[in-house]
Design a protein around this ligand. Sequence first.
Ligand SMILES: [Zn+2]
Length: 300
Amino acid sequence: MYRITTGILLLFLLITACSNEEPSSNNPPTSKEISTQEGTRNINILITKDEEITFEIINKVNASHEKLDQFKKDIVRAYKVITESIQTDYEPADKITIHLLNGNEASSGFRYDIRLYSNFGSDFQLVHELTHTLLGYGDNFDTSNGYLTQEGFAIYMENKYGKKVTPVHTFMRYFIDHNKNIPLQKLIDKKYDHSLFRPLLAETEDYVVQHISYIHAGSFVTYLIDTYGLDKFERLYNKSEPENRLTEIYGMTTVELENEWIQYIKKNITFTSDDRLELDSFYIINSEIDSIDPEIFEKA
Ligand SMILES: [Zn+2]
């Protein structure tokens, strides 16, 4: 459906990615680069200055030399900010291929491959997917540790350092005002979260469920980091038993922490009619949100 593709998919560059790395903060990565021509497609190689990772860029979008040069600079910067953000136990692959692709499918970041779709010419969500690919996701890119912290952190990083800004708190204010916020316990619960972050995508409202779940994750993780810092969040990122961990790290139950987050949004964030025009995907969300199974919004 065109409406879905232009609206919802444009917003999300979802999926996973993973890895952990010892950030080499004393050794800021710039790059060496090698460009070659193979047949009709351009292949570009970029090696991080610390020589930890070789990126191969496969340019299927006929990006110009200037655009590719800029994209390589974007990779260098993204690599630096991500490896200097939090440390995880994941060891990223030493060769990662980044595919620049036409179309509006959801982008993805896995161990060896990052697939970035141009989504009608909008900027690639490189930082989001590279966060997955460098910091790890589950046990080698599975969903054994859920989605909340990994997707939330990828959105936080894309908002802070990337090109695609998603005003997650503004959206949250709208959900809260309309009693359409998803309980944190469902977003963190391994028995339930798959239906939110990876629904079947049969109907338009399934895309909206997925999208708003991502927005919740982004808003919650942004709140956690802004309020309690990256060090505490590092201990929560991509861990098993995330609900127990959360209580152990923050000294609150999930419900108590959720209440604090919601109160913060209510107190500090507004949602005005002007915001409706500013928010990508707002009209799709607004038109579909009442079609979503109301059980999703009920407290567990
Ligand atoms: Zn993602």
